[in-house]
Design a protein around this ligand. Sequence first.
Ligand code: KIV
Length: 357
Amino acid sequence: MFHRTVFNRLRATPNSKWCSHVSTSELSTIGSRSRGSVSKKKPPDTKFVQKKRSGRTRCFSVHSNGSLCKLSIAGIQQKKLDEKYISMVTAYDYTSALLADRAGFDILLVGDSLGMVQLGYDGTEKVTMDDMLHHCKAVSRTSKNSFLIGDLPFGSYLNVDDAVQNACRLVKEGGMDAVKLEGGTRVERSIAAIVDSGIPVQGHIGLTPQTATQLGGFKVQGKTAEAAVGLYEDAMALQKAGCFSIVLECVPERVATEITQSLDIPTIGIGAGRGTNGQVQVFHDVIGMYDRLQPKFAKQYVNTSDIICDALSSYREEIETARFPDESHVFKIKDTQFESFRYAAGLTVFEHDGNMY
Ligand code: KIV
């Protein structure tokens, strides 16, 4: 009964404007990248979303003229209004950014998951600003078509000043279009300050890996009515603080769908079911390249670990059996040059006046 009253009160709260912290016109100044007009429509209705899902509706960043190019913040938000799904994947270096860019993703996230899949840590807590900048630079050097978001690592936004300063570094030095940070009401002041400094912010609530220990481990969040209300309130606070979108990680599908429908800004789900406005996955999970953790929500589309391992084993075997390199891999030198070289280096034996030299 108590919960129903709370839910009704929360429902009765009118939806904030397009983005309550800033008006639509201000939105186009948040980061010089935000351009384009936004028309306000009803948010997607669940049934419609799910029907489209089962019909495998897909949406790439193909622009009206058919070409692939980078979406603006307004363009990303417009996808929610147009009931089109936002596609996002992580990328950490030249190779992954190139491939993800070519595959046509709306957003590439230089996630602090790089601590696990690139640096071999058990979690994300040890990732530093220097680590993030190193990888952000590689991705921004490479990707031309996707909107780029860089994660603020653990400890880099403990107070408002640090948050603004480090967000600026990810944009100025790392070449990111926006930053993402984890947390709900606890970080709303930092988010508002970063947005005020001109940098678009993506929020991240639910399972927040940087503080997973505090959450009792890598667990689904929002499974009780009370916890779900907490998530709802966090989501509303992030929207109010000026986030242009929110990642919902490991949240029951129905809770994520309700939150999505209550927000004006888009949600991107990871383990949050089918009712969010987009999906994000870790690159290495999608291509089957990380063997230490296989979360239930991850879908492996190919097992590149096996393919790569087979290729490496074949290479090793060919070295050991002298089958690599073969004729096609070697470089040639003209006979005359070769003989001169052997003569000059004293490697050749020749006869002169009956003497052997
Ligand atoms: O760091 C990361 O890769 C992330 C995504 C999983 C959302 O935060």
